[in-house]
Write a protein that binds this ligand. Sequence first.
Ligand SMILES: [Fe+2]
Length: 376
Amino acid sequence: MFPQSRGTFSRQAHCDLPEGTIEEEFARQGFFGPASHLYHAHAPTEWLRIEGPLRPRAYDLRQVSAADAGDPAAPVAPVLGNQDVRISVSRRRQAMPHCYRNADCDLIYFVHRGAGTLLTDFGVLAYQQGDYLVLPRGTTHRFFPAGEESFLLVIASAEMPQLPGADRMGQHSPFDRAVLRLPELPLPGTPPNANSEWEMVIEREGQWTRVFYPFDPLDTVGWKGDLSAFALNVSDIRPVTSGRFHLPPSVHTTLKTSGFVLCTFAPRRVEGIDDPGAVRLPFYHRNIDYDEVLFYHAGTFMSRAGIDAGMMTWHPQGIHHGPQPKAIERDRQGTKTHHDEVAVMIDALRPLHPLEAAGPSEIVEYAESWMPHIDD
Ligand SMILES: [Fe+2]
């Protein structure tokens, strides 16, 4: 019996919207399930006020007081999480005094700022800004930052993240797997601690166990197989775009599990630029099946005004989001042909919850940023 339609509507999604209407995509399973487009008289984000816990939230992660900034032996600072994924911040300035192994989660470190060396069971990975460092659960590793600080977004996954498979875009889009970097041998060896021992921290069910060795446990001399740590830099991602249609964010998928999808918004041509009737900014939606998290790494983000690199937004399921009035105005005035933004998106299937480091960094007035009368 579907598709059906009533009233005033557009022939195609995101194109040639009826005069004076605001389009919302009301959809299941992200952008893949059944969907209808609702044509509203008002933007659904133009609320007067919100009472209750559900609201769009934003955090300035530059304000997170990550303990590992001062104490190199301290853990990372958790910000948001659920049973599938946990997002934390690390502001490491000095080398880890111990090896670390997470027995609960696969780890994705996104390097927001800084560079250095990561020693792993598989060898040495030199890292730089814009790198994803992907470590299978159980990988022993140790960070050696170079320079002032390594500001890392740490994404811990209960399930092994998978690279996107070949689909209609072919196997070399949005990046050729040949750009993935593997750790290199030999491992350099590290000096013992003051007790002439090497310490290994193993995290299991959130608790730390310390194992002490009379030798450096990062002593792999060779390996073979189909499981390894690897690195991917955002500059090697070549986004799929359309000049005549606004594509869903899932075209920017970098890694996925059954509990979340990680997408990278990399510099690209403005969508809809070849057709004046095509929507150029993201459509409004109430993200029914996913909590949406965006970490802003660099550039000017297309649909958010007043958001800088190092900030993170969280749009929980059920309440609307879409472009803010300032971003719409910027788009109308602009003759912008390219977006220079780099952002990491994590869409979580189960509701996320703020964790201990989130509170102090929250930008409390964020939910008001859609109100047309607010001047940011
Ligand atoms: Fe969204």
